[in-house]
Design a protein around this ligand. Structure first.
Ligand code: K1U
Ligand code: ZN
Length: 173
């Protein structure tokens, strides 16, 4: 298992629509293991394949907050939101591709998502709370959408400028 570098915004790969997965291969299983390890290491509660430079429709997440509770690592291949609640929820989101920047984003409070598991079987589940926020944030990544795309242009530009500077400073170090 390998920790993969996480792309930092702005990067053209974070703005592309990822390709559907057509076959579950050993390479894809390795990618899922690497993504989970990279997510836990960051630390984060979710990670989408484009964030590690792989333009495939796959995401991982684990939103278990209680440290005494067992972890619940999930791998979702070709996930689709098949139902959204009318009720909406505001959550202060972060993103591993936009480090140390947080902003409130409003999304449906509950969603039902259908996907293919690593075993190739179809699955579906209704998510609420942090799980609902996270799965929508990650599915957005698969469609080239970042949480800052929901913010006012001025705030988005300010964050983007900070990220350009962060990347420049990291490249110099
Ligand atoms: O997709 C990503 O960049 C991961 C992102 C997921 C996310 C966070 C908050 C709301 C929606 C989606 C993160 O994991 S940012 C880090 C984070 O939220 C966190 C880190 C350590 C402990 C708990 C949370
Ligand atoms: Zn993100």
């Amino acid at each position: 298992m390998t920790l993969r570098p996480i792309l930092i915004h702005p990067d053209p790969r974070l703005k592309k629509v990822a390709d559907p997965v057509s076959e579950i291969t050993d390479d894809l299983r390795r990618l899922a293991d690497d993504m989970l390890a990279t997510m836990y290491d960051a630390p984060g509660i979710g990670l989408a394949a484009p964030q590690v430079g792989v333009l495939k429709q796959m995401l991982v997440m684990d939103c278990v907050k209680d440290e005494a509770a067992p972890p619940r690592p999930m791998v979702l291949i070709n996930p689709k939101v098949v139902w959204s609640s009318e009720e909406r929820n505001v959550y202060e989101e972060g993103c591993l591709s936009i480090p140390e920047q947080y902003a409130e984003v409003e999304r449906p409070a509950e969603v039902e998502v259908a996907w293919t598991g690593l075993d190739g079987k179809p699955q579906a589940e209704r998510f609420s709370g942090l799980w609902a926020t996270c799965v929508q944030h990650e599915i957005d990544h698969l469609n080239g959408i970042l949480f800052i795309d929901y913010l006012k242009p001025l705030k988005r530009q300010m964050i983007t400028r900070k990220m350009v500077k962060l990347k420049r400073d990291r490249a110099r170090a």
